[in-house]
Ligand binder design. Sequence first.
Ligand code: TNX
Length: 523
Amino acid sequence: MNFITMLGSLLLLCCLKTVGQEGQLPISIIPEPRSITQSNSTLTLKGDFILEINGDFPLIDSTTQLLHRFVKQRTLSDKPIHRFEISKNPTLTAEAYRLKVTSRKISIEAATTQGVRYAIQSFLQLFPLNPTNNTLPCVTIDDAPLLEYRGLMLDPARHFIPCDELKRYIEIMAQYKFNHLHLHLSDDQGWRVEIKGLPLLTSVGSIRKGTAKSTLPESGFYTQDELKALVKYAESRGVTIVPEIDMPGHSVAAIAGYPELSCEGKQIEVRTTPGVSEQLLCIGNEKVFDYLECVIEEFITIFPDAKFHLGGDEAPFDCWKNCPRCQARMKEQGLKREEELFSYLFNRVNKILERHKKTPLFWFELDVPNYPSNAIMYAWRMGLTPQVIKEAKQRGHKLICAPGEHAYFDYPQWRGDEPQPNWGMPLLSLEQVYKFDPTYGLSSEECDHIIGVEGTLWGECITTPERLYYMSYPRAIALAEAGWSPMERRDWNMFCKKLNYHLPRLFHQGINYRVPIEINQTK
Ligand code: TNX
């Protein structure tokens, strides 16, 4: 090495120190990127960007609009001043990006629009909280997600959530690089999607006379047009909607509309209280399969993505034992145990999905002997996750981890906090969410089938949009890091420091988060 290159390397080392060194601007990006290299220089923005887009990035407009809007608001100027270059780099993986901020220009490299979106979300998180200060650190960020599926689940079946509220929810989750919004669209307490061929699903099934806490009726459903618009909106923000129709349990609202779907065939009402119902779909009745086919065929015209959740949770099957039609079905199929009826149902419904190249998703129940071979499973029951990870691997299924012990956002966040009374729900603190290691400490071989994480906000107590955010934030931010950042890049104390930057950002956007007073308590 000659003198000049040695001097050059030394100089480079001096200015390319790692993040957070003294004298450097703080960086608080969540989820934590793979690698950040910060120099001592800064860039002070004084006006809008001159965007240069090299390559084809479909649906990029809503992202670049966001960028323009943001910088114009900050600098109070729409004069195009700063160079901002977005270029295609096909060697990067689908959601990866490289973001470079220098004192002369900003540049992004990505292989897809999604990569560009994430680069821009990270870029926006470089701005100081003080809205009159537009000095950014000069950085190079190389980033890519740990897991391909990073989801949140909402439950408009228990309490209807208007479309506009879903859109706002999508906007915020996209800031934290979540890419799937799973919608639990049917349950005992409500049916929420217009099905043209089965009008009683909504005219009867979307209304309940009261709830556990109120004697006032609860109702609401989405028209197909509203859902189509929602899917488009989500897509433009990089979020895929995963629809769920629960079966064979959690079907009381559907049965209230069409009593012939249950084993007993009795007229029942949409359930007013939480809990698990003993009413299941009758597996011996061909009308049930006609119903499912009709629902799925209409769903398919609304939700273009391949993922289709068929529920499958919490279905006590005593009614099948006493049902002559279910028993006849078992005989016809040579089934010995009622549990095998689940597999029969799921495999048959999967045939409908196969015609449309859809992949079925299920809540994993260990007593169901087999699921369709292409099914993606969810680990959810508290304490069973390690066993479910093993079992899913053995059975050859991909797995998404949404475990009760880390990802149930319907659980209260702190002692004495709402929801109260909480039907014996355990606490799920922010720290407990943050501790979530989706691999459960297993070797990469033992968990190479884990494709994602999901936070589930069951809706029995989610009576207003304010509660929706209160229960989701900031816990969803902690979960975002579990899905995106490798364990070696994560640290609870560092996360708490970064959160002090993110909470005011949420506040500024009108998000009703829980103030996590515990994060600034000295230990
Ligand atoms: C279990 S998690 C359910 C939901 C409830 C939730 C309440 C799952 C697949 N089923 O129906 O809302 O517990 O915590």
